[in-house]
Design a protein around this ligand. Structure first.
Ligand SMILES: Nc1nc2c(c(=O)[nH]1)N(C=O)[C@@H](CNc1ccc(C(=O)N[C@@H](CCC(=O)O)C(=O)O)cc1)CN2
Ligand SMILES: Nc1ncnc2c1ncn2[C@@H]1O[C@H](COP(=O)(O)OP(=O)(O)OP(=O)(O)O)[C@@H](O)[C@H]1O
Length: 205
């Protein structure tokens, strides 16, 4: 049997480029409206309503604007966490608490993240909900990210969950224009349970 990995990798790079360009072309007004619509989706969602410790991201590169939902979470008394690049472990993420006064720095990709403060770090398995960024999604729950493998490594921690422990509920946030039919899937890809866009919530079993 031939090894399809190089072909899959080339196709995934092309899809990333195409969809990143598409989302970068959204206007500031479209981004702001998308962020407000996302609050509506959040406020209707049973898993989000009951979640207390929520990981989300600070948007960049045309990603769905999360500022309005972060404000909504704070208003609801929920705790918000942001991924930061792990200082020692290769391509791993740490999740740290974000408040209105948390100092932010730019990481090596130019993405804002909280300055590392070990007292504000939450273990991944203590999160109730993880809202992951993504570049492309399909209608089978597959996600394609920025190409670092950070979230796939994070999600694979579900294998360390104890019997009496619930892993975080993982969903993806994206603009509708980030949908791509039948993404080429790699063996390490972790499917997600739901995608939330400004206009709809797609659940996968
Ligand atoms: N807002 C946000 N924060 C996030 C992520 C994200 O996707 N969005 N991440 C999600 O993982 C992590 C950062 N991951 C990243 C991985 C790669 C690149 C990047 O710039 N990659 C190269 C191309 C790499 C390649 O194709 O091999 C580039 O765009 O030039 C950026 C961020 C943590 N924080
Ligand atoms: N669980 C894992 N353990 C070790 N390496 C992994 C794991 N998941 C992904 N990788 C490696 O990371 C690299 C990038 O993976 P991939 O293209 O799926 O990233 P992505 O899904 O686009 O990014 P992200 O998960 O950060 O959003 C691949 O070369 C892959 O070998």
């Amino acid at each position: 049997m031939s090894d399809l990995t190089p072909l899959i990798t080339t196709t995934r790079t092309a899809i990333r480029q195409q969809i990143r360009q598409r989302r970068q072309q959204l206007s500031i007004q479209q981004q702001q409206q998308a962020g407000r619509d996302l609050v509506h989706q959040f406020s209707q969602h049973p898993h989000i309503q009951s979640a207390q410790h929520i990981a989300i991201y600070l948007h960049i590169d045309g990603e769905l604007d999360t500022q309005a939902v972060i404000d909504w979470c704070w208003q609801q008394g929920k705790q918000v966490y942001i991924p930061i690049l792990h200082p020692f472990s290769h391509k791993q993420l740490l999740f740290t608490r974000l408040t209105a006064t948390t100092p932010l720095i730019k990481n090596k990709y130019g993405i804002s993240e909280p300055q590392l403060n070990v007292t504000q770090v939450i273990p991944y398995l203590a999160l109730d909900l993880v809202c992951s960024p993504l570049v492309a999604f399909d209608l089978f729950g597959n996600r394609l990210g920025m190409g670092g493998g950070y979230y796939d490594r994070t999600f694979s921690q579900h294998q360390f969950v104890r019997h009496d422990q619930q892993p975080p509920y993982v969903l993806g946030l994206a603009h509708d224009c980030q949908q791509h039919d039948n993404l080429p899937i790699a063996p390490w890809d972790m499917p997600i349970k739901e995608i939330i866009t400004p206009s709809r919530t797609l659940a996968f079993c």
